[in-house]
Design a binder for this molecule. Structure first.
Ligand SMILES: NC(=O)c1ccc[n+]([C@@H]2O[C@H](COP(=O)([O-])OP(=O)(O)OC[C@H]3O[C@@H](n4cnc5c(N)ncnc54)[C@H](O)[C@@H]3O)[C@@H](O)[C@H]2O)c1
Length: 330
C-alpha cells in the first residue's frame, strides 16, 4: 500500500521503517526542509542514532505526497495535529485511512487528537488511533513491541493491524478510541510525576503507588468520557504507563526527574529539547476532569507544580494526607 507518514521525528521515522519492512511504498514527510536535509545527508534520524534509514524510504516536504495513499500516519506533536490535518482536508483522497499516533489532548479545546482530526477533515476519511508501550528508540532497533489499533469501525482497526503487524511489531485491535486516547495522553502526566519521585529520591514503593493510583484516576476520567474500563488494563493503559514511568527513554519521566531534583519547570522542559507532552496534558487533564466532574488528585497536583510553581515536597504531603477511603469505589 502507498503510505505517507507526516512528521519525521523519532516516532514517525520508526513507524515508517516498520511500514517499509512490511513491503509498503512509504514516504516520510518532514515539516522543515532542514530536517529532511539532515535525514538525507546523514542517512539517519538524530533522534534514532545508529539506526540507518533504508534506501527505499522516500523523503519529502511536499504534502501532495498524501495523494493516492491508502493510509496516512499523523505523527506530529499534539500541538501540530490540527494544523496538519487541516492541510489534508483538500488533498487527501476520500477513504484514505488516517492513523493518529500522537499522544496528547488538544491544548485550547481539550479535544482528543482524533476528534481534532475529524473536525478538520470531516467524515471523508476514517480515523484510527495507534497507541501502546512503544519507545521509538526500541521500535527502530526491531525490539519486540505490541500496540493497539483503535477505531469506531473494527474493519478500519483491522486494516491498520494488517498494515503494521509483523514478527517484531504486534498489533491488537480495539473499538475503544476514547479510552485508548485518554490513556495515551494522561500517562505522560503520571510519568512526569514518577520522574519527580525519582528526582526527589523516593523509592519503588512510591512509584508503584503513583502508577496504580494514577491509572485509577485516568480510568475514572476515561470511563466518564465514554471509554471502556478494559482499555485501562490493556496495552494502551497499564502497558504504556509501565513503559513511560520506568524508562529513561521517556522524555516526560526525564523532565520530571529534573523537576524533582529542584530545577525550575521551564528550564527542565527546555533541557529535554523535544516535545514533553505531559506538560501540556496536565493542564488538559485538569480541564477535562472539571468538565466531567471527576476527581484526579495526582493530575491536579501535577498541574499545581507545573503551572502554579508549587513545591513538589508539599504536594506529596498533601496527596499522602488526603482523607481515608476504600481502594475501589463502592
Ligand atoms: N518518541 C516516541 O517513542 C513516541 C512513541 C509513541 C508516540 N509518540 C508521540 O508521537 C508524537 C511525536 O513524537 P516524536 O517522538 O516523533 O517527536 P519529535 O520531537 O521527535 O518530532 C516531532 C516532529 O514534529 C515536527 N513538527 C514540529 N512542529 C510541527 C508543526 N507545526 N507541524 C508539523 N510538524 C511539526 C518536527 O519537525 C518533528 O519532525 C508525540 O505526540 C509523541 O507523544 C512518540
Amino acid at each position: 500500500m502507498k503510505v505517507t507518514v507526516l512528521g519525521s521525528g523519532a516516532w514517525g521515522t520508526a513507524l515508517a521503517m516498520v511500514l517499509l519492512e512490511n513491503g509498503n511504498d512509504v514516504t516520510l514527510w518532514s515539516f522543515l526542509e532542514e530536517e529532511k536535509a539532515v535525514l538525507e545527508q546523514t542517512g539517519e534520524n538524530p533522534m534514532l542514532k545508529g539506526v540507518p534509514l533504508p534506501r527505499e524510504l522516500k523523503l519529502t516536504t511536499d504534502m501532495n505526497a498524501v495523494k493516492g495513499c491508502g493510509a496516512v500516519v499523523i505523527a506530529t506533536p499534539s500541538f501540530a495535529v490540527r494544523s496538519t490535518a487541516a492541510k489534508l482536508r483538500e488533498i487527501a483522497d476520500p477513504g484514505t485511512v488516517l492513523i493518529s499516533v500522537s499522544k496528547g489532548i488538544e491544548k485550547d479545546t481539550s479535544l482528543r487528537l482524533s476528534e481534532a482530526i475529524e473536525q478538520e477533515v470531516g467524515d471523508k476519511c476514517p480515523v484510527v488511533v495507534l497507541s501502546g508501550p512503544s519507545h521509538a528508540e526500541e521500535v527502530g532497533r526491531s525490539i519486540p513491541t505490541a500496540v493497539v489499533a483503535a477505531a469506531d469501525d473494527i474493519r478500519h482497526a483491522q486494516l491498520v493491524q494488517d498494515l503494521f503487524m509483523n514478527s517484531r511489531f504486534r498489533v491488537y485491535t480495539s473499538t475503544d478510541r476514547v479510552g485508548t486516547e485518554i490513556c495515551a495522553a494522561l500517562k505522560n502526566v503520571i510519568a512526569l510525576c514518577a520522574g519527580c519521585c525519582d528526582g526527589m529520591g523516593y523509592g519503588d514503593n512510591t512509584k508503584a503507588m503513583l502508577m496504580t493510583r494514577g491509572l485509577a484516576e485516568i480510568a475514572r476520567l476515561g470511563v466518564a468520557l465514554g471509554g471502556k474500563q478494559e482499555s485501562f488494563t490493556g496495552l494502551a493503559g497499564v502497558g504504556d504507563l509501565i513503559v513511560t514511568c520506568c524508562s529513561m527513554h521517556s522524555r516526560n519521566r526525564r523532565c520530571g526527574i529534573l523537576i524533582g531534583q529542584g530545577k525550575p519547570v521551564d528550564e527542565a522542559v527546555k533541557e529535554i529539547g523535544a516535545v514533553v507532552e505531559g506538560y501540556y496534558a496536565a493542564a488538559n487533564a485538569r480541564a477535562l476532569a472539571r468538565k466531567a466532574g471527576v476527581e484526579m488528585p495526582i493530575a491536579q497536583a501535577a498541574y499545581e507544580v507545573l503551572y502554579e510553581g508549587r513545591d513538589v515536597h508539599s504536594v506529596v504531603t498533601d496527596l499522602m494526607s488526603r482523607s481515608k477511603r476504600p481502594e475501589h469505589e463502592l
